[in-house]
Design a protein around this ligand. Sequence first.
Ligand SMILES: [Zn+2]
Length: 189
Amino acid sequence: MDQLWTPWRFAYVTSAETAARAGVPKGLESWRGDLGCVFCNLIAAIDYAIKNGMSAEQAESAGGLVLRAQHNFICLNAFPYTSGHVMIVPYAHLDRFAGLPADAAHEMTALAQRTERALDRAYAPHGFNFGMNVGQSAGAGVAGHIHLHAMPRWVGDTSFITTVAETRVLPEDLETTWQRLRAAFAELK
Ligand SMILES: [Zn+2]
């Protein structure tokens, strides 16, 4: 039997989750709250900064927020498995995928398709992983708030020496990833 390849099972966000005010990005600490969830804190801190005069561009860059849709947003994984590793996250704090209302679930699927196109445009990968862990026993780093991982993959990328189009793909800093994906999503419209 083939072994399943599930890189999103690694605990990318576990260390952030246990920190106080987890998910509050650097530069957005003026929001003083703590909702006890990295994703809820992320959105609250970004919205607070914008409400208090920061440009959306600056606040969303600081938070790694790539795209806002009606029911879900797309943000960078702060501990990427590969460059371009993002998460599609509903605004609603839900711990079960089955609990997500149908319109939000449909939008999540549509966003996953857009993400595949955007990653293709930005990184020209050989393949993709999409995956969701529901519950701690399934490997969820943030078990209280469901999120769909999406990442580009390259043959041999686990060795971190992959080259594509004569450009070294890994590693790439998060600011660069944010700019590339922001542009790629904008170009899809
Ligand atoms: Zn949450």
